[in-house]
Design a protein around this ligand. Structure first.
Ligand SMILES: [Zn+2]
Length: 424
């Protein structure tokens, strides 16, 4: 998405990561004995060879050797959902919105969004950029190389938030892929003029079309919101990411409408749904019908169970064959007071909130912050394999369980074949 200029990965120093332990699922995919450590050679931004540790490495010239010392080497982290224009704004907005969002089983989520909107009157690109940079720097430090970043684009924020996020995307081009979503947080029908702001943002460099249909007041307006944004996506040939059914209200069905309209417009595989919390309250037959529709429309779901007391039915969606990613969602803003952009921490919290704690559950959690998240966001060539882009992390610990338990910074972070962070 970002960075489609001449490939900067050619002529990067060749890196050899020696004595690496792979996840069992990666080893199985590559046809390698999981008990055997491997050496990974990275050249011109891609994995050039993956061979048993100590074996003669093909084409030898190596500029740098990193000893993984038996530590786990995996794909880097993908953050499926982050409100990047809002990071580190909690002190500006105060915490009355936060109380409304989390209280009463999320019944007051709409009130929270209305209260939180007041911070946007203070939006100025130069005022937002330092906080955004801090969040991205920390993300990279913690091994996050890809993020779908939402920027409020409406009649209050105008272009200030999205401009800041686009500027940060361009600044970080060689450290991380930031996919910028032009996001009409306060609705389209409710906020006349917001659709024009989204269009303008797309013309000026935003990557993805956003949406938040459930915030509208009537079902007709919710559908209209979805139709308008998919039309825009088709016109600009862009992906779509919408926040759907993000409240404790079992009657909300905007994810179903999103899937229906995705199929109607032939936009299968180009749409993701964020939050989708209301499905937790659906009767079983409604949930199963929705899951079938999501499979048909090839819509993945991004969940962030740590930012609200309700969450999408992650385990059951996976069981139904719907890909799921996890997201940081918020960092010190009106909706959540913490967040380090550390996807291992997000996975650690999700393991508790979803009660996914067995060995196979932890592998699933790890997939949802790496390979499955890449699938949901449409990031190609992401899995560790010869010829694929080298986006990987070198951990201190040999297992996924220990890595999640400690949720420390990886020793080394590689993005498109270049070392972008090293942590002693
Ligand atoms: Zn969100």
């Amino acid at each position: 998405m970002a960075g489609s200029l001449a490939d900067p990965s050619i002529d990067l120093p060749a890196i050899l990561i020696r004595d690496a332990r792979l996840r069992a699922s990666t080893a199985a995919r590559l046809g390698v004995d999981p008990a055997i450590h491997v050496d990974l050679l990275i050249r011109d931004g891609r994995y050039a060879s993956i061979v048993p540790a100590g074996a003669e490495t093909v084409g030898a010239a190596v500029d740098r050797t990193v000893d993984a010392a038996g530590g786990l080497v995996t794909e880097s982290f993908v953050n499926g959902h982050l409100h990047l224009c809002k990071v580190n704004t909690l002190d500006l907005v105060g915490d009355d919105a936060l109380a409304a969002y989390h209280g009463a089983g999320m019944g007051g989520a709409m009130t929270a969004i209305e209260r939180a909107a007041k911070v946007k009157r203070l939006y100025r690109t130069d005022r937002l950029l330092p906080g955004i940079r801090r969040a991205l720097e920390r993300g990279v430090e913690y091994g996050m190389t890809h993020v779908r970043a939402f920027a409020d684009t409406d009649t209050t924020a105008k272009q200030e938030g999205v401009r800041a996020v686009v500027a940060a995307r361009d600044e970080f081009l060689d450290r991380a892929a930031v996919q910028v979503v032009a996001f009409p947080q306060d609705g389209l029908i409710r906020d006349p003029g917001a659709a024009e702001e989204v269009r303008r943002a797309l013309k000026d460099g935003a990557d993805v079309v956003g949406g938040i249909p459930w915030i509208e007041f009537t079902e007709a307006a919710m559908r209209e919101h979805i139709v308008q944004m998919i039309d825009l996506a088709v016109e600009f040939d862009r992906d779509v990411s919408m926040l759907v059914d993000d409240a404790g209200d079992a009657t909300l069905r905007t994810l179903e409408t999103l899937a229906t309209e995705t199929l109607a417009r032939g936009w299968e595989g180009r749409v993701t749904a964020q939050h989708a919390r209301a499905m937790a309250l659906y009767p079983e037959p409604s949930f199963l019908r929705l899951a079938a529709l999501l499979r048909q429309a090839r819509i993945g779901v991004v969940s962030d169970p740590h930012t609200g007391p309700l969450h999408a039915r992650v385990r059951e969606l996976r069981d139904q064959g719907v890909p799921v990613a996890l997201g940081q969602d918020d960092i010190a803003d009106a909706y959540y007071p913490f967040g380090r952009n550390n996807m291992l921490e997000v996975g650690f919290l999700a393991a508790h909130l979803l009660w996914m704690t067995s060995a196979s559950d932890l592998e699933a959690i790890y997939d949802m912050i790496t390979v499955d998240a890449a699938r949901v966001l449409g990031i190609a060539d992401f899995d560790i394999a010869v010829g694929h882009r080298a986006n990987c992390v070198v951990h201190r610990y040999p297992t996924v369980r220990e890595t999640l338990a400690e949720h420390e910074r990886p020793r080394l972070v590689v993005y498109r074949g270049a070392v972008v962070a090293e942590n002693a």
